[in-house]
Ligand binder design. Sequence first.
Ligand code: SF4
Ligand code: SF4
Length: 379
Amino acid sequence: MTVKNKFGFGCMRLPLTDKKDPSSVDQEQFNKMVDLYLENGYNYFDTSYAYHNGISEISIKKAVVDRYPRKSYMITDKMPTWLLTKAEDNEKYVNEMLNRLGIDYFDRFLIHNINTPWFKKAVNAETFDYLRKMKEEGLASKIGFSFHDEPELLEKTLKEYSNGFDFALLEINYIDWNDPIIQSKKCYELCVEYGLEIYVMEPLKGGVILNTSDDIKNDFKKFNPNESIASLALRFCASLDNVKVILSGMSNIENTKENIETFNNFKALTDEEWEFLEKEAEKLRKNIAVACSECDYCIEHCPHNIPISDYFRIYNAKKQNPDSNIYTAYYHKLANEEVSAEECNECGTCIDYCTQQIDIPEELKKVVETFESGFNPYA
Ligand code: SF4
Ligand code: SF4
């Protein structure tokens, strides 16, 4: 089966009934989003062992597997690389994932999040070989890996381990394309050189592209008042020749509709649009204090449960709108209602889990310094 029109349903930010509880997926709303997506001719669902603490897979079973014929959709799942300690773990997690989803094969299967520490775990647990075996035995139609590190590690992975692999899932969006840390363009070109298809994650950089300064929002309005920022960002990814799938992590019926509209009426970027996005990317990169994509992989490993991405979102907003005091109030509200960023004892546990290679404790210190000197309405 092939992916229809490049538009994949990312199931990592599903609607919630309680926004503080990632496992509280709003099944009714998710079912409606699934219906709309499938009715419009799309067919690709992407999940992982970890999303929504395992509830993403179970919600897909309820919304998709139990309600539609198996041949009408595709399911992609990912090995929890960070949990692997020995070769036998591969089969254990795969069986658990099949059970949660209620299926007996995957359309695509990936090693989740190759970065420096987890690459070693995948190698030690012989996970690359295990995926090749899954493909040979028909348990996965195509195999790949998602990647969050520097091009040097990507090249090593491609050279030494990618034989028999079909695709790589890369973080690509117009901010990261020429970003000196993420280096999406370089990673894309390396995968093309090694004959892999490209699947895209974070086309909106976890919302960073949307939650930007008024100045940047005005630039987009002036450039084309009839097209949203999200639509241009998705078209950027879909216009790249070797991209086969773009995952959009939809979290309500409205953004499902908007994305469907974009992909139903897809037009490749013009040269003028490409140049405009390059200019805006430069501006945006200068504006982002911490390039957090809000994936929240770090949070469940923080012994103090610090809501790290919430602090970074508020911090970024303050940097983009320095004259506004509202963000200082948001910071103190968060510190008051949840866990204060000052609780960070710099243990460093979270760093290995960060998909954006952020020095989290160092950045949290800056967040605290920025806001603790401002007016605290909760004091
Ligand atoms: S370094 Fe700070 S934020 Fe990270 S896990 Fe430790 S206490 Fe939590
Ligand atoms: S700090 Fe890193 S791991 Fe945590 S939410 Fe942000 S990008 Fe994800």
